[in-house]
Design a protein around this ligand. Structure first.
Ligand SMILES: Cc1cc2nc3c(=O)[nH]c(=O)nc-3n(C[C@H](O)[C@H](O)[C@H](O)COP(=O)(O)OP(=O)(O)OC[C@H]3O[C@@H](n4cnc5c(N)ncnc54)[C@H](O)[C@@H]3O)c2cc1C
Length: 311
């Protein structure tokens, strides 16, 4: 089949990969190539953070986890496993699937930092997007996908070119698919120098903003903020200071770490991921957007389901 994929973030590239691998003739159009997308802002760690619908998300996430585990065998792809801790305050029970994560074990009460009721340690892959995204784009090109930098104003423009379309335009779908449920949730990040930090930490259930530490090979990413409906890619000094302070409470050695830089991105949030076909006399669009703060985590699972629509 001839298929046009829209979007060159992690969703579009993963879909293009799976469709081309299945033998389809795939073209990909995107306003920006991978290096300028939200996907490359993400640190990114595998974790289905605040994303719905849970019944489908768990399957997509676990499929991706298996795929990242295979891909991690070659370090050049930028995927590394780390052990770390997730903390839960009282009133936030850990989800059941946390016990099925590799190496998962509950922390004894005596080992919990003050203010937390429950904690788990497990092993997760960190997908270092500055390495992984160019690698993924390269694989897609090797499979023969034609990539063109092109902005579209309507999905009709895409259907006029090709009757089978996959829509992975992230926040772009707000206008393209007239979807007012889709909204930006701004996330600010601080990158500090690597000084032997190799554990991740999540404290994402207290307060307004998630706190996390994600170790990478050459830096450590400290997060974050969750600023609903903030559509400007701006960093704010007060928020960046608060991120460092919150992270240093979990890992005191970070208090005097050397700041290498900051970044900001807009999570494409929605009440639930939209992964469904939409048919019209002009053709068929399979939508795949609205992954919020978990697009990397869900990427291979969603791409597999998109490809099943063309099987
Ligand atoms: C601070 C931060 C931290 C994050 N951390 C994590 C993490 O640790 N783990 C995780 O799994 N996820 C994380 N995320 C979420 C993740 O980055 C997103 O869910 C993911 O990038 C969404 O990917 P996407 O391909 O759907 O969209 P995008 O990456 O936004 O790509 C959209 C593509 O569509 C194109 N496009 C849009 N409109 C048009 C148009 N009109 N015409 C042509 N092309 C168009 C764009 O140019 C782009 O190529 C984080 C996000 C942020 C902001």
């Amino acid at each position: 089949m001839r298929i046009l994929v829209l979007g060159a973030g992690v969703s579009g590239l993963s879909c293009a990969h799976e469709l081309a691998r299945a033998g389809h003739q795939v073209e990909l159009w995107a306003r920006e190539r991978q290096q300028a997308t939200t996907s490359t802002v993400a640190a990114a760690i595998w974790y289905p953070y605040h994303v719905e619908p849970q019944a489908r998300v768990v399957g997509w996430a676990l499929h991706s986890l298996r795929r990242f585990a295979e891909l991690a065998e070659d370090r050049a792809r930028g995927i590394r496993w780390h052990r770390g801790t997730e903390l839960f305050p009282s009133g936030h029970a850990a989800p059941d699937w946390i016990r099925t994560l590799p190496g998962s074990r509950a922390l004894e009460t005596g080992r919990l930092p003050q203010g937390f009721a429950q904690g788990f340690e497990f092993d997760l892959p960190v997908i270092e997007t500055p390495t992984y995204m160019p690698w993924l784009e390269g694989e897609v090109l090797k499979l023969g996908v034609q990539l063109r930098v092109r902005v579209i104003d309507s999905l009709r423009q895409a259907l006029d070119h090709c009757t089978q379309v996959v829509n992975c335009t992230g926040l772009g779908s707000r206008a393209l698919a007239h979807d007012s449920d889709l909204h930006p949730v701004r996330g600010q990040l601080v990158r500090v120098a690597q000084r032997g930090f190799d554990r991740f930490w999540f404290d994402e259930h207290r307060g307004e903003h998630p706190t996390y530490i994600i170790p990478r090979e050459h830096d450590v990413v400290l997060g974050s903020s969750a600023e609903r409906n903030e559509g400007e890619r701006l960093t704010e000094p007060a928020m960046l200071r608060s991120i460092i302070e919150r992270c240093a409470r979990l890992e005191p050695g970070l208090r005097d770490a050397t700041v290498l830089g900051t970044s900001v991105g807009l999570r494409p949030a929605r009440s639930a991921v939209r992964l469904e076909p939409e048919s019209s006399p002009a053709g068929r669009i399979v939508h795949n957007y609205g992954h919020g703060g978990a697009g990397v985590t869900l990427s291979w699972g969603c791409a597999q389901e998109v490809a099943q629509h063309f099987a």
